[in-house]
Design a binder for this molecule. Sequence first.
Ligand code: GLV
Length: 313
Amino acid sequence: MSIVVNPASRPDQWMAAMAAELPEEDLFLWPQVGASGSVEYVLAWEMTIEDLTDFPNLKAVFSLGAGVDQWMGLAEHPELGSVDVVRLVDPAMSDQMAAYALHWVLHYQRGFDQVAGLKQQRQFKPPSQTDGSDYTVGILGHGNIGRRVSQAFIDLGYPINAWTRSGGRGHPDPSVTHFIGSEQLDDFLAASRAVVNVLPNTDETLGLLDRKRLAAFAPGSVFINMGRGTVVKETDLLNALDDGPLRAAVLDVTDPEPPPSASALFEHPKVVLTGHCAGMTVVSTASRVIADNIRRLRRGEAAFPLLDPERGY
Ligand code: GLV
């Protein structure tokens, strides 16, 4: 039985890393597949249903990114049989996202957005900034990634608000202030100076930050989106920057993505665009996480975590 590896980038690195982890497995680099009836597992960022249905004995797809919205359609194709989608939860990726969030929150909280202007005026003086211990950072979504982001700020003394749709899994974290469900979302937004979104794209998060929600942000607050662009409509966001409470928006993700070249996001002075780089899959660590799961499956154990089509991630 064999494994097809179909990464969006760095194919040679992926093949070398998987071969080192799983020397006993037959690995094929897409579009080579060997005997299609032998293919049991596919590792890919995304792949069409037509291509997957060529593998009659396919058991599982391993996502090569943290997001899984590209795999949601699988559940609607009974001709595929029962194929699990194994999500990629790699602490190295969460570390990168925590670093990204720290960078941008500090940029605004410490007033680094003003230093270029001061230099232009030939002034050598510190920018105006707020005290970190008074600067509450709100994390929208508190799963593996959200908790890692929280911890990075907690370690530096920032108060944390965490919003989850249904209270999250596991025990509440006593070091953060929890807000749960749509009834508490406005309070969460109003009590946060920077809001960092790490929510996935699901039916529930689509357009979650509508005009009314955007109006609930604290005056002068910053929105940092490294979840999915679908959480907010571009026009609503621009409106909240021009006539609403937002001081700035840092967008690693957009909807559509990439934005069309005529998009107003490109010229808006309060918008920073970073081109979907907040959490890049790290081949050396992700290959280990995936190989551990394949070894589990080979021992007859379950791989985890699996995409739950009902929940949407
Ligand atoms: C990036 O957004 C990913 O899903 O890995």
